[in-house]
Ligand binder design. Structure first.
Ligand code: FUB
Length: 324
């Protein structure tokens, strides 16, 4: 049985969980961390993932099942390495797996692969999504059927390099008192395979309606966006990277702007923190990862979950990862 705050699986290392409910079952789309002794650096070279495995749970009292390899980078013509955090959505009975990876020029882009089953195998498109860049795709299908893809990550995720809309290898640092970079959003085409418009940058505002500053590392966007709706509002949640918080901002439109609201989870064991939020049978759950399974090795992580609660005003009640 899958216990809260314990690794969902221990036979492989998993991270960056995107959780969804399809046909009353929970499906988790994680990164598959590999075992190696490579050194950490600010480019994230230690995250050398090559494939995806989909995890599933018939319910939260059931064991977590590893459904085997769903997609391998050898089958994706444009990819050279590093298949990072994926997401998956269902539309008209087909499942669309979105994933970031480096192309042959070592630039990150987003790819998409399709299956008739939520656990794959997924057949990739030959090329990456035109106009896509950086990492960490997360897709929301809104109540009117429109699909939005959110993405972007600083440092190794290369978001800084695309500020002009073109790739710049060595961009000037962003001053601490300038507006922080936000995640990107694009509306997807009806067939889910391309950007219909965008991408455009999302603005995250502080309590005074001013953009969060680049130097405000406790609150500014770093990577790992997730979008969910609660009581008609759009909740954009993300990792603050260097300060290791999961935080959120709320808005009235899927394209933003969003106003910063607070923390969701305090830092976990390991450098990265990455999550998703999903409703299942009337309760809400946070899926997240830490490096506890490997005794703290940053690139050998494990996916966990815990219940998430809101107060009467729709604020998420902040959590500490090692307290119930
Ligand atoms: O797993 C590789 C990268 O680490 C992800 O893309 C980031 O969100 C961070 O979790």
């Amino acid at each position: 049985m899958a216990k809260q705050n314990e690794p969902l699986v221990t036979h492989i290392y998993t991270a960056d969980p995107s959780a969804h409910v399809f046909n009353d079952k929970i499906y988790v789309y994680p990164s598959h961390d590999l075992e190696h002794d490579g050194e950490d650096n600010d480019d994230g070279d230690e995250y050398q993932m090559e494939d995806y495995h989909v995890l599933s749970l018939d319910n939260l009292d059931a064991p977590c099942v590893d459904n085997g390899e769903a997609l391998n980078m050898r089958d994706v013509p444009w990819v050279s390495k590093q298949m990072w955090a994926p997401d998956c959505v269902e539309k008209n009975g087909k499942y669309y797996l979105y994933f970031p990876a480096r192309d042959k020029d070592l630039r990150f882009h987003l790819g998409v692969a399709i299956s008739d089953s939520p656990v794959g195998p997924f057949k990739p498109e030959d090329d990456y999504i035109k106009g896509s860049f950086s990492i960490d795709p997360a897709v929301l299908i809104d109540d009117d059927g429109a699909a939005y893809i959110y993405f972007g990550g600083l440092w190794g995720g290369q978001l800084e390099k695309w500020q002009t809309g073109e790739y710049v290898d060595d961009p000037a640092p962003i001053p601490a008192d300038a507006a922080a970079l936000g995640p990107q959003v694009a509306k997807l085409t009806d067939d889910m395979l391309q950007f219909e418009n965008g991408p455009r940058q999302i603005t995250i505002l502080d309590e005074n309606g001013e953009p969060i500053k680049a130097g405000d590392e406790d609150r500014r966007y770093f990577e790992g966006p997730w979008m969910h709706k609660y009581n008609g509002k759009y909740y954009l949640s993300y990792s603050t990277g260097t300060t290791h918080y999961l935080v959120y901002a709320v808005g009235d439109s899927p394209m933003g702007p969003f106003t910063y609201k607070g923390r969701i989870l305090e830092p976990v064991i390991g450098w990265t923190t990455h999550h998703s939020i999903v409703e299942y049978k009337g309760k809400w759950y946070l899926f997240y990862h830490d490096s506890s399974l490997s005794g703290g090795v940053n690139h050998r992580r494990c996916v966990k979950y815990r219940e998430l609660k809101y107060d009467e005003n729709g604020n998420i009640i902040p959590m500490k990862p090692y307290e119930d």
